[in-house]
Design a protein around this ligand. Structure first.
Ligand code: ZN
Length: 491
C-alpha cells in the first residue's frame, strides 16, 4: 500500500551534483510528485529537520543475483542507502542456470528457484520480495562456460550464435549490458576479438560493456586499453569495474590509467569506472593461485604475500576464517603457493581479502569525474569484505566529510545521477518529479561506515530513513517489514 508522504524541511541533494538546497519533497504512489516549497497537502508529514535527502544509491557493482533469494532482506545493502543493485558483474551471471557461477559460492542453495531464461529470472526476482531493486548484466562467464568452456580458442560459429542468442534475450529483458571477468575461468581464455564480437550484440540496445579487466597490476594500462578497444569497436559505452592499482610496485599508475580514460573520452567514447574505496580487495583464493600471485606475480593481481591475504570465507572449513595465508604457511611448513593449493583441495571456493592498494590511488580515482561507486560486496558466510556493509557511507563520511577528496554533492552524484545515466536507468537517480521515490535521508555530520575487516557485519551510522518505491523501508535507522524491490529494466 503506497502512502502519500510530505518530507519537510530537508537539505536536498538532487543527485545531479547541484548545490544542496532546503525544501520539501512530496511522494505518492511510488513516485516523486513535487519538489520545493510545498504546504497544505493531505499527506503524512515527516520532518527531516534539515538533514540530507538524496536519491537512493545505485550500486554499480553488485553480486547479489542469487543472494537476493537467500537473503531477501538485503539488509547489508539497504542499510547503507542502496536502493538499486546492478548485478551480474565480473562475468558472473545467471544464464544458463546450469553453468551459472552459484554452486561454489553458497553453502546452501535450498529454496533457490530454477529459471531457464532472463524473462523467468526477472519474474522470480519480482516475486521474491527483496528490499532493494535489481538491475542486471548478462554475464559472459556462464554463457562461455556452456559453449566454448575453458578452451583458449575462438568460439566456433555455432558457439558464437548460442552465446549471442543468450545475450540478446538478456538485453530484450532489460539488461543494462554485459560483463566480463578476465582473470576468472572461463573469461581468461577469451581473446579481444571474441569479446568485441560478443559485445557487438549489446550495442543496438545501448548496452554498457562492464569489465573486470585482465590485469589490475603490472599490465593495468594495457588492460584499460583493451577494455576501451572492445567498447570502441563494438560501438558501445564502457565501464571499468572496480578501478584500482594492485601491488606496491605499481602504485601511482592511476595517473596513467585515468589519462587513458580521458584520452578515449576526448575521442568521443563514453568511458567510466566504478570503485570501492578500500585498500584491500576480495576474491577467490583459486584466482590468486591461477594468476601466479604467489610465484611470478605476472598475472592480473600482481604479487601477493601470505601475511596480507586473510581467509574471509570457507563453506567447508569455517575454522579457516580470519587466518592469514602466512599463518597457514607456518602451520603446514609450506610456501604460499603450496599452502594455498592444500586448502583449495578441500574447498575450491575459499574467499579471501587481500591488501594491495594505496590511498593516493584510491583518492585520485575517486576524485575523477568519471568514477562511480560500486561495492563489489559478496554476501558470503564468514567474514566478508567490509565493503558489503559500508562502501557508500564510507565515501560520504571518510572521503567526503573527513578527507575532503570530493564534495558531498559530488559524492552523491557518483552514487545516483551519474550511475543512473550510465546504466540507462532513467526512472531513478535524481530528486525530480516523475521519478521513482527511492530516497535516502541521512545525517551529513555523522554518516560513516562501521564495518571493519575483523568485524564486517556492522551497519553504518547516520542513515535515518530510506524509501524504496515510495515505501518506508528504513525508519529511524531500523529496517521495516517493507520489501519493495523490483527488477530495474534499462530505459
Ligand atoms: Zn571483479
Amino acid at each position: 500500500m503506497n502512502k502519500k508522504y510530505l518530507l519537510k524541511n530537508a537539505t536536498i541533494f538532487d543527485g545531479a551534483g547541484s548545490n544542496p538546497f532546503n525544501g520539501n519533497v512530496l511522494i505518492e504512489n511510488g513516485k516523486i510528485v513535487e519538489v520545493g516549497n510545498i504546504n497544505n497537502v493531505d499527506a503524512e508529514i515527516i520532518d527531516i529537520n534539515g538533514k540530507a535527502l538524496a536519491p537512493g544509491f545505485i550500486d554499480m557493482h553488485s553480486h547479489d543475483d542469487v543472494a537476493m533469494f537467500i537473503y531477501p532482506d538485503m539488509d547489508f545493502k539497504l542499510m547503507q542507502g542502496v536502493t538499486t543493485n546492478v548485478n551480474g558483474n565480473c562475468g558472473s551471471g545467471v544464464i544458463p542456470h546450469s553453468s551459472a557461477d552459484i554452486v561454489n559460492w553458497y553453502p546452501n542453495l535450498e529454496g533457490i528457484p530454477e529459471w531457464s531464461s532472463y524473462g523467468e529470472y526477472s519474474d522470480l526476482v519480482n516475486k521474491s520480495k527483496t528490499s532493494v531493486h535489481s538491475a542486471f548484466l548478462v554475464g559472459h562467464g556462464p554463457i562461455r562456460k556452456a559453449t566454448t568452456g575453458n578452451e583458449e580458442r575462438m568460439p566456433t560459429k555455432s558457439e558464437f550464435d548460442t552465446m549471442k542468442a543468450w545475450i540478446k534475450e538478456g538485453m530484450e529483458e532489460g539488461a543494462v549490458g554485459m560483463s566480463t571477468g578476465l582473470i576468472y575461468e572461463p573469461g581468461r581464455y577469451s581473446n579481444t576479438e571474441e569479446l568485441i564480437e560478443l559485445t557487438k550484440t549489446i550495442s543496438p540496445y545501448n548496452g554498457v560493456y562492464f569489465s573486470h579487466m585482465r590485469n589490475e597490476a603490472g599490465n593495468l594500462i594495457q588492460s584499460v586499453e583493451e577494455t576501451i578497444k572492445i567498447g570502441e569497436e563494438a560501438g558501445c559505452s564502457i565501464e571499468i569495474s572496480h578501478h584500482k592499482v594492485s601491488g606496491q610496485e605499481n602504485w601511482g599508475k592511476s595517473v596513467e590509467s585515468l589519462n587513458t580514460i580521458d584520452e578515449a573520452r576526448s575521442r568521443g567514447l563514453n568511458v567510466h569506472s566504478d570503485q570501492y574505496p578500500y585498500n584491500a580487495g576480495s576474491t577467490s583464493l583459486f584466482a590468486l593461485v591461477q594468476n601466479n600471485a604467489f610465484t611470478t606475480g605476472d598475472g592480473g593481481m600482481g604479487s601477493q604475500t601470505g601475511d596480507k591475504v586473510t581467509i574471509a570465507g570457507s563453506s567447508v572449513d569455517p575454522s579457516l576464517v580470519g587466518k592469514t595465508l602466512g599463518d597457514l604457511c607456518d602451520e603446514f611448513d609450506l610456501p604460499e603457493q603450496e599452502a594455498a593449493q592444500k586448502i583449495l583441495k578441500t574447498d575450491p571456493g575459499i574467499f579471501i581479502v587481500t591488501e594491495g592498494m594505496v590511498e593516493d590511488d584510491i583518492a585520485r580515482i575517486l576524485a575523477h569525474p568519471t568514477t562511480m561507486i560500486g561495492s563489489d560486496g559478496v554476501p558470503l558466510p564468514g567474514n566478508p569484505h567490509p565493503r558489503l556493509y559500508g562502501c557508500f557511507p564510507r565515501v560520504l563520511g571518510k572521503y567526503s566529510r573527513e578527507d575532503g577528496v570530493i564534495s558531498m554533492e559530488e559524492a552523491i552524484h557518483k552514487m545516483t545521477g551519474l550511475s543512473a545515466e550510465k546504466a540507462n536507468l532513467n526512472d531513478r537517480g535524481l530528486i525530480k518529479p516523475g521519478l521513482n521515490a527511492d530516497i535516502v535521508i541521512f545525517d551529513e555530520d555523522t554518516i560513516i561506515d562501521k564495518a571493519t575487516y575483523d568485524n564486517p557485519r556492522v551497519y553504518p551510522e547516520g542513515i535515518i530513513h530510506i524509501f524504496v518505491d515510495g515505501e518506508l523501508s528504513v525508519k529511524n535507522g531500523k529496517q521495516t517489514e517493507v520489501r519493495a524491490g523490483k527488477v530495474a529494466r534499462r530505459s
